[in-house]
Write a protein that binds this ligand. Structure first.
Ligand code: DGL
Length: 278
């Protein structure tokens, strides 16, 4: 291995999201590629992206990516589904390094899981309005997609009201998923098309089973994005010796409540968030 190879391998992977939800992707990334250094940016001062117009989401996303590129990342992961759905072409055009979005990996997971070809997609208003998941899923003939924006799942996840037995979370899930199954009763797979929804997986799984009267596969982008990152870096030498853990540096545009919320998404203590202005 040449010294150029080593310094290339030691460059970090950049991940950004509108807020803390993207730490679910960092969690999957650190499980799949534990030796890699990761730089995370949460645009917490401007969250939510999900209710904003595509132009604004694109502008904010480009600023987030520019911040990561200035830290010399070798790969960018757009953890935010809303940013992936609305800004991926602009992000790719502006980046000298590969950019992996959330939509294609999530869609591929759904296509691998479905038996009937009837897929439900839930996400923010911005993600659902973009039609990005429909386009990605339509690549497979015979697939039928029903999509629904479920905005209340985001504050529920941030409040930590995620327990499968939580009465409020169950009531919200029943209302949203009831509407989804009313659009297509044959759905056998639901894509969690939002960074926050994996925290509600238990509630969503139980409610979908109750409404459908059978098991429904629940898939998300996080694991598939980590796999896509591993494939993108396949040619590079391993960053660290086996067993060593890469560093995680976290940045945010606002630090309110981060200490409290971030560990729930990351699944491990977050040492600290550095406050930055984009
Ligand atoms: N990160 C966003 C997403 O995955 C959810 C929160 C927001 O609306 O910004 O779509």
């Amino acid at each position: 291995m040449t010294s150029t190879d080593v310094s290339e391998a030691r460059r970090p992977i950049g991940v950004f999201d509108s807020g803390v939800g993207g730490l679910t992707v960092v969690r999957a990334l650190r499980a799949r590629l534990p030796g890699e250094d990761v730089v995370y940016l949460g645009d917490t001062a401007r969250v939510p992206y999900g209710s904003k117009s595509p132009r604004t989401v694109e502008r904010y996303s480009l600023a987030c990516q520019a911040f990561l590129l200035a830290r010399d990342v070798k790969l960018v992961l757009v953890a935010c589904n809303t940013a992936s759905a609305n800004a991926l072409p602009a992000l790719r055009a502006a980046s000298p390094v590969p950019v992996i979005g959330a939509v294609d990996p999530g869609a591929e997971s759904a296509l691998a899981a479905t038996r009937s070809g009837h897929i439900g997609v839930i996400g923010t208003l911005g993600t659902v309005r973009s039609g990005a998941y429909e386009r990605a899923l339509a690549a497979r003939p015979g697939v039928r997609v029903a999509s629904l924006a479920c905005p209340l799942f985001v504050p529920l996840a941030e409040e930590g009201w995620t327990d499968a037995g939580d009465a409020v979370a169950r009531a919200v899930a029943r209302r949203y998923l009831g509407e989804l199954f009313a659009r297509d009763a044959a759905i056998d797979t639901i894509v969690l098309g939002c960074t926050h929804y994996p925290l509600l997986r238990g509630v969503i799984t139980a409610t979908a089973r109750e409404l459908a009267g059978r098991d429904v596969a629940i898939v998300d982008s996080a694991t598939a994005m980590a796999e896509a990152a591993a494939v993108a870096l396949r040619r590079g030498p391993p960053a660290l010796a086996q067993g060593e853990r890469g560093a995680l540096a976290c940045f945010a545009t606002d630090t309110s409540r981060l200490d409290e919320i971030a560990p729930c998404f990351l699944g491990e203590p977050v040492t600290s968030f550095e406050l930055v202005d984009l």
